[in-house]
Design a protein around this ligand. Structure first.
Ligand code: OOG
Ligand code: NI
Length: 298
């Protein structure tokens, strides 16, 4: 990775973040509250732990297509995760430099779905006969940025969206939202005391009116106890469907993560290394941030 790649990755992150922040109003709300409570003195102090994307596992789309973008900018593919119930695959990718976030990319195992869902998805994706990532000019950052927000298939009908949603909430989300940034993640352990633990940070979030995903409990903790995660409930968006019809559907959300240090061997002076990677059981519940079971709860 050279200097020019670094600049490109910076612009790419910016291109992803601007529309995300406009649409997920909770993001600005949290940032403003962090500033007004003097928890941070500038927005740049926020460390973005990871960003996440969702994809459809069909030919020319899915992880194998989407990951090429980030592999090109120096990301390194790491562990695989499988979600049996939700019929998903996922991988996480380590950044080329710690100043960039990790990336979590998931994919719907379309072949595992019932015929009805496959038929709906096929209606929209059947004409994609080439990998759309292959036609992006990776040296033109504007073209890369636009790719995330550009339609790859026709606007869905409300009926297709709703039929699909009954079978897979994830599928319905991707059918409408495509490659929109699904979430970014504030590293809570990087904040100042007492906000650097998820437990106290969540009290702060609740006090400023952020609704949190309660699936599996508000704090999802890894088996080793070192990765704790909380996410907001997805922002509802007024979506325009085929023929100009409107429906309120789930958009994106924001996540908060606390990574604790690995236990140190007795007499070492090594720098603190914090828990890396992800945790299937946590992720399984975080996906539900966009599910009706969370967005419709009172
Ligand atoms: C991703 C859910 C998993 C994590 O940090 O484990 C996740 C999604 O909702 O697409 O973000
Ligand atoms: Ni996440």
């Amino acid at each position: 990775m050279d200097f020019t790649d670094d600049t490109k990755l910076d612009s790419l992150m910016g291109a992803l973040f601007t529309p995300y922040k406009q649409s997920v109003t909770d993001v600005q709300k949290v940032i403003d509250a962090l500033l007004s409570h003097a928890i941070i003195s500038s927005e740049d102090e926020i460390v973005n732990d990871h960003i996440a994307f969702r994809t459809l596992g069909v030919p020319n789309l899915g992880i194998a297509s989407f990951e090429k973008l980030f592999l090109h900018y120096g990301y390194v593919k790491k562990d695989y995760y499988y979600f049996k119930e939700k019929k998903l695959n996922a991988y996480w990718y380590a950044p080329p430099s710690p100043k960039y976030p990790r990336i979590f990319i998931s994919e719907l195992r379309v072949d595992d779905l019932p015929e009805k869902a496959k038929t709906i998805l096929n209606k929209y994706t059947k004409d994609i006969l080439q990998d759309p990532v292959d036609s992006i000019d990776l040296n033109n950052i504007e073209s890369v940025g636009n790719f995330f927000y550009k339609p790859l298939w026709e606007l869905p009908t409300i009926t297709d969206y709703q039929e699909l949603q009954k079978i897979s909430e994830y599928a319905a989300w991707v059918l409408y939202n495509r490659y929109y940034l699904n979430h970014y993640t504030i590293s809570v352990h990087e904040l100042k005391q007492p906000y650097n633990s998820l437990e106290s940070f969540n009290k702060f979030l609740t006090s400023i009116g952020i609704s949190l995903n309660t699936a599996g409990g508000v704090i999802k903790t890894s088996a080793d106890g070192l990765l704790k995660q909380t996410s907001s409930v997805a922002k509802m968006i007024d979506a325009i469907f085929k023929d100009g019809e409107h429906l309120e559907i789930s958009g994106s959300y924001v996540e908060f993560a606390e990574r604790l240090p690995y236990p140190k061997s007795t007499n070492d002076n090594e720098p603190t290394r914090r828990r890396d990677g992800f945790e299937s059981a946590n992720a399984d519940k975080i996906f539900e941030s966009t599910y009706s079971s969370q967005t419709k709860k009172s």
